[in-house]
Ligand binder design. Structure first.
Ligand code: DGY
Length: 448
């Protein structure tokens, strides 16, 4: 099978991106997510890189135009023309109190996984006009570096080389079971919460596929805390009851560190400081976040000072970042290739479910509590391939193609019945489908 076999689906994928493109950036989906999202734009740009270089660059430029003065790249850059259909929007975030938002920009007050150096490298590698693309790298390098520096400066209080997230939305995997314990330990007095109205439940996605009201109360509690502290990083570090060293976030960061070093080499910049940080992150991930008993990586709750032993697809991402030792990689493979995460040839399921399917709280329809997400498959496919687990890599990749072929460009998919859930015409599903088919014809080099 090659590009031609998938041509009509590629055409549909491109049409979806076109529909969600608003002239400066791409909405993740037309109604449910009507602004620009941080890591979504990264994955979307990967899709563009194989057929519309300028657009791929524009997507990233627009996102980084919203970069804060302290280097943070916000989770959402709001589109002034699309306000009114999402919660929380600028009036709730009140990020102007921070003094850190650029003139004329409207953004949320938290960040998201820093996939962008990896994406910029991919854009460069795909470019036909290398000279022009080098200018793009030159423009982006200082911005990317400031983002990474922000994370290490303000999110790694003990200088372990592991950064923390301060809100589940910062992970991108909003209601992953990983957050259950840390969120439950936050005592919320509902009468003291600012009034708010969820908008996500009126967009045609059934309630059972979305986070609960209890979760939203905690999401809101944290946003309210941050805005009361005027988004002061030092004050938030002292007061936030949610500080988690997330394996997904740190894996994506360290993959991006390595790609930032690659970019620095191309444009002749010195990256020795990033190299030092990257090595420290690798060592700490291997030591502190490795769950030897289960053979998977886990998150660490810095606030409550304990390991969060919850097994989700995030725990395999050190394959994607190249940070698992060979011994750890073998254990990861064994666990990933088990009934817990839908083994190859099992027949009744697709891979990779976002949560251990054998767990009593596995939920095959709910957002990040069970379903398959195309961006996770995409990262794991690349990770497995780079460690030489070729057959499994191919099977994870084939499931990307099959899920889309059978059920359309959905936000997430049921690992058992193979139904699609969440929103329709989801941009990163379209973009990463395009990339996956492109890779079949023009495979990248094995990176390790
Ligand atoms: C949402 O609104 O569900 C988003 O994922 C938050 O970023």
């Amino acid at each position: 099978m090659n590009n031609t076999y998938y041509q009509s689906l590629i055409d549909t994928a491109k049409a979806i991106l076109e529909e969600n493109w608003v002239g400066t950036h791409t909405k993740p989906s037309f109604f449910l997510y009507p602004h620009q999202w941080n890591w979504d734009s990264g994955f979307i740009s990967v899709g563009y890189s194989s057929y519309m270089q300028k657009r791929a660059q524009q997507e990233i430029y627009t996102l980084f135009a919203g970069q804060w003065k302290n280097g943070m790249v916000p989770q959402i850059v709001f589109d002034p023309d699309s306000l009114g259909g999402y919660f929380p929007e600028p009036g709730f975030w009140q990020t102007e109190k921070s003094g850190l938002v650029k003139e004329g920009k409207l953004t949320s007050g938290i960040t998201m996984p820093p996939v962008h150096a990896t994406v910029c490298r991919k854009i460069f590698e795909r470019a036909k006009d290398k000279k022009e693309s080098e200018i793009f790298l030159e423009n982006m390098y200082p911005k990317l570096k400031r983002f990474h520096e922000y994370l290490y400066r303000y999110r790694d209080p003990k200088q372990e080389g592991l950064v923390y997230i301060r809100h589940p939305w910062e992970s991108g995997v909003d209601n992953s079971p990983t957050w259950d314990k840390p969120l439950k330990s936050i005592k919320v007095d509902k009468s003291k919460l600012p009034p708010y109205e969820r908008k996500d439940l009126s967009k045609g996605v059934p309630k059972e596929q979305r986070p609960t009201d209890e979760e939203y109360d905690r999401y809101v509690f944290l946003v309210d805390l941050f805005r009361r502290l005027n988004y002061d990083d030092i004050a938030i570090d002292a007061e936030s009851p949610f500080k988690v060293q997330d394996i997904l976030f740190n894996s994506i960061l360290n993959r991006a560190n390595k790609d930032l070093i690659f970019i620095a080499d191309i444009i002749g910049e010195d990256s020795s400081d990033i190299s030092k940080l990257a090595s420290k992150t690798t060592a700490s991930m291997q030591k502190k976040l490795w769950n030897r008993k289960q053979g998977i990586f886990n998150d660490y709750d810095l606030y409550n000072d304990n390991e969060i032993g919850v097994e989700t697809a995030s725990g395999f991402l050190p394959l994607y970042s190249g940070d698992a030792t060979v011994k750890q990689a073998k254990k990861l493979y064994k666990y990933l290739e088990s009934a817990s995460f839908c083994a190859m040839h099992q027949g009744n399921c697709f891979s990779v479910p976002n949560f251990n399917m054998m767990h009593e709280e596995f939920d095959q329809v709910n957002y990040w509590r069970g379903p398959i997400w195309i961006n996770m498959n995409w990262m794991l496919y690349h990770g497995l391939k780079s460690y030489g687990f070729r057959e499994k890599a191919m099977s994870v990749m084939e499931d990307i193609l099959e899920l889309v072929r059978l059920y359309g460009f959905r936000e997430y998919y049921d690992p058992y019945k193979g139904m699609g859930y969440g929103t329709n015409s989801f941009s990163w599903t379209a973009a990463l489908f395009i990339d996956t088919v492109y890779e079949m014809d023009y495979p990248e080099e094995v990176i390790m």
